[in-house]
Design a protein around this ligand. Sequence first.
Ligand SMILES: Cc1cc2nc3c(=O)[nH]c(=O)nc-3n(C[C@H](O)[C@H](O)[C@H](O)COP(=O)(O)OP(=O)(O)OC[C@H]3O[C@@H](n4cnc5c(N)ncnc54)[C@H](O)[C@@H]3O)c2cc1C
Length: 388
Amino acid sequence: MSTHYDICIQGSGIVARTLALLLAKERFRVALMGSPKPESASDVRAYALNAASKNLLESLRVWPEAAHATPVLGMQVHGDTSGKVNFSAAEHSSEALAWIVDVPALEAQMLQAVKYQPLITVVEQAASAHLQESSTEIRRDLTVICEGKNSVTREELGVEFDVTPYHQHAIAARLTGTLPHGNQALQWFKNGEILAFLPLSEPNQTYPGNSVALVWSVAEERVKELMALSNEAFAAEVSVNSEHALGAMTLYSERAVWPLQLARADKWVGKHPILGSWALAGDAAHTVHPLSGQGLNLGLADVAELAQVLAAVKGKEYWRSVSDLKLLRRYERARKLDAFALGTVTDGLQQLFARSESPLQALRNWGMQGFERSGGLKQWVTKRAMGL
Ligand SMILES: Cc1cc2nc3c(=O)[nH]c(=O)nc-3n(C[C@H](O)[C@H](O)[C@H](O)COP(=O)(O)OP(=O)(O)OC[C@H]3O[C@@H](n4cnc5c(N)ncnc54)[C@H](O)[C@@H]3O)c2cc1C
């Protein structure tokens, strides 16, 4: 006999697990179709999460301890000539601009929380599972697809996913410098590449305040070249390209590579003859270039909104079901524009710095200086990125 759930969530990432915890808090019975194990205990990435994401994860008691969530007090963005923009938490009377969160530490917290939430049933399912298999075994009123950018179910539903590849890959790794980072994030736009240092407080390193998570977005051909270098040669290349801001760098992790793309689903909600009502969230609905460090922040904002919209059926809209398309469209309206706007802004920045013509180079660096002096505009952009 098959069991009935209010909501079935497909996916094994942070977005899927956050949604499961949020819905269980609203007393929904949830089936979480995914892997019961961490995604990867050795993910070298660290995410820049904003205040809105931090508040959300804290409310679910899954925010990692201080050693794994480093506050960013300032950020310097360097253009390819004289352009420079400084951001500071103090200017906004804020504790931090963002927090750099260790991915395996956050995933471990989420797994524990899901395990001890009695309203969540984890149903082990391979990422390659098909719509037919998943929908016959488990009865549900609504399916939320949080399968990431390569979602199979989204494809089977026939949702158009408009993908623009960047012909760029991100190399992620962890390094330590001979100088402390002082809780500053650093970013360089140079020769069409984007190199970022996110400050970490690695307790296991000799100088915990000197460690950074590197995200280096480079052209496809250059990836091969950089990945073929020895650890020492790679670290030396990072030192040069970061203008020795943290002195000489040493690599202390594996290097991992991600292909980059801008992508958007045309529909976020709908009804399917086999699956019934469905909704997309997180990278299954949108992916953005990591230069803004906003992909997961967007996904978490999606599920916070979706959980809030669905909670209406437990209160003032008790006559509706979670499968009600009117309700689901409310979620789509609330989130689609935000994701679209952020994707467009980060794409614009990536394109602007990808070109080498000298008039453009002068214009973008002049633009950065203008932005630095713009006062209100800079304040507004910073507050949005901070999730305030
Ligand atoms: C180099 C890099 C740096 C980044 N830095 C930042 C940052 O600083 N800040 C930020 O906010 N974002 C950042 N991001 C973006 C962030 O990684 C993504 O936005 C986020 O991981 C999306 O989460 P998700 O749960 O939607 O998808 P995913 O993380 O892709 O998780 C989905 C998971 O579900 C699994 N799955 C698929 N199908 C099924 C199925 N049928 N059943 C069960 N499981 C399934 C997949 O295998 C996958 O593991 C970065 C991305 C990259 C590449």
